[in-house]
Design a protein around this ligand. Structure first.
Ligand code: UTP
Length: 479
């Protein structure tokens, strides 16, 4: 123990041992394991870097924020022929077994307030399907489309699911209980993002208990480090698995968008055509006051710029078509090559500064030994964001898609003003109505018709509904 104590002392963090003598032998052993997994000197440096970056961001007055260069921008909104060209390109990569999908499901969904992971949430569709099930079935259908195109080999799109301490076990259990929604479990790989200690406002590690450090998931940008760690003790990392399977391209996305086109061939195709290592899908921001992060350039580097960072005149500026200049709203949909994740990210990973979230963190009072739930923020959590790699990308393809077809996030609890279970349900069913009507079916005004992803991935293959009438609310599992 002497070496461990010395390490924490050197870092000015020896208070973590305050209650050591009160712990049982097994508590001591667990605590020691946790303490050994942390490098307190390095942690101090990470906190310092994060605080300095936070300070610099708040004080920066002369940061140059501009729209991204037109050359990085691709929009196929309203251009079906072009979308189809890209879709075919992406589908070829899928058929070649070169595409995988990567789900970020480590968030705690505090705003939604559900105790289960967000992906388990039922948005009250006629089918009662959870978000995880919708995504699994879209992957299934992508595999079917790929297999049909290939004409011979069975096409596999592996699914890598990033969880966190709080979501790992319940997510795996949910998948097991639902037989992986028909997917082959060997093609579904769970891996856990890291955690970092929570720090007090004066830079000290907070104790969650007398023998336990308070920790929090390291943000969805924890993905980059997590991809390199064993998926479980003794197992290969996700990056090892990608190489073993020959996966060259990845679509990464957030769990809470019921319209997400998992493994979207068109997005893959656009990024292949542009020959980029990284891409981001965006939707059009139309209201300058909408509080959404937009993809832009900050001091000449790609970045996601928060609403509050953009000067009002720039927020409101419009181009010759009357569109907002700063309109590339970020929807947590990314493209990467495996090569980028494997070889490029390590060259700058150390330079990505953590963001600071000031939170109310329950912790043990060092003088009384009582666990206290604070009324005001008493400390910070450190987080990386998935888009923190953008400033290090010399090229980035920004692919604009139509919001009503691709983005309806589930952020807030039922009954709130926006981005809640009701809007998710509404937007998905409205999309399916559009698909049916485009295929010349007749849908009664009060019929909410849901189309299983096993019927159609993105509105294709609906010729058989022509002339059919749908008069009641129902889920269509097959045609
Ligand atoms: P959000 O930032 O919206 O967080 O996550 P959240 O946990 O879903 O909701 P709140 O803020 O607590 O209410 C965007 C995406 O990033 C993932 C989430 O699961 C979601 O898919 N995420 C977030 C992680 O994978 N890990 C994290 O540490 C945080």
């Amino acid at each position: 123990m002497a070496d461990l104590r010395a390490k924490y002392e050197e870092a000015g963090q020896s208070h973590v041992f305050t209650f050591w003598d009160e712990l049982s032998e097994s508590q001591k052993s667990d605590f020691e394991k946790q303490l050994r997994a942390i490098d307190p000197v390095r942690l101090n440096a990470t906190v310092k870097q994060a605080l300095e970056a936070d300070e610099a961001a708040r004080e920066a007055r002369d940061v140059k924020i501009e729209p991204p260069p037109a050359s990085s921008f691709v929009s196929t909104v309203g251009k079906e022929g072009e979308t189809e060209k890209y879709r075919q390109m992406g589908l070829r990569a899928i058929v070649n077994g070169e595409v995988g999908v990567l789900l970020m499901a480590g968030g705690q969904g505090t705003r939604l307030g559900s105790s289960a992971p967000k992906g388990c949430f039922n948005i009250q569709l006629p089918s009662g399907k959870s978000l995880f099930q919708l995504q699994a079935e879209r992957i299934h259908q992508l595999q079917v489309l790929g297999t049909r195109t290939s004409g011979e080999e069975k096409v596999v799109v592996p699914w890598y699911i990033m969880t966190s301490g709080p979501t790992h076990e319940p997510t795996e259990t949910f998948f097991r209980e639902h037989n992986f929604f028909g997917l082959d479990p060997s093609n579904v790989v769970f891996f856990e993002q890291g955690t970092l200690p929570c720090i007090s406002n004066d830079g000290k590690i907070l104790l969650d208990d007398k023998g336990k450090i308070a920790t929090a998931p390291d943000g969805n940008g924890g993905l980059y480090a997590a991809l390199r760690s064993p998926t479980s003790p003794g197992q290969p990392s996700v990056l090892d698995d990608l190489q073993k399977r020959g996966i060259k391209y990845l679509h990464a996305y957030g769990v809470d968008n019921c319209l997400v086109k998992v493994g979207d061939p068109a997005f893959i195709g656009v990024c292949l055509e542009k020959e980029v290592a990284a891409g981001v899908k965006v939707v059009k921001k139309t209201d300058p006051a909408e509080s959404v992060g937009v993809v832009a350039c900050k001091d000449g580097k790609f970045s996601v710029v928060e609403y509050s960072e953009i000067p009002q005149h720039l927020s409101e500026a419009r181009d010759e078509n009357g569109e907002l200049m700063m309109r590339a709203a970020n929807i947590a949909n990314h493209f990467y090559t495996t090569d980028f994740l494997l070889n490029k990210v390590p060259t700058f990973a150390e330079k990505m500064a953590y963001h600071i979230a000031r939170k109310k963190i329950p912790s043990v009072d060092l003088t009384t030994g009582q666990r206290v739930k604070p009324e005001t923020p008493n400390g910070i959590k450190l987080e990386l964001f998935i888009f923190d790699v953008f400033p290090f990308c010399s090229e980035l393809t920004i692919y604009e898609v139509e919001r009503k077809e691709e983005f309806s996030p589930l952020k807030n609890a039922s009954g709130t003003a926006s981005d809640n279970p009701e809007t998710s349900r509404r937007d998905l069913l409205a999309q399916h109505r559009r698909w049916l009507e485009k295929a010349r079916a007749i849908v009664a005004p009060d019929a909410d018709v849901e189309l299983s992803p096993k019927v159609t991935y993105g509105g294709e293959g609906l010729a058989d509904v022509q002339g059919l009438s749908f008069t009641k609310t129902e889920n269509i599992e097959s045609l």
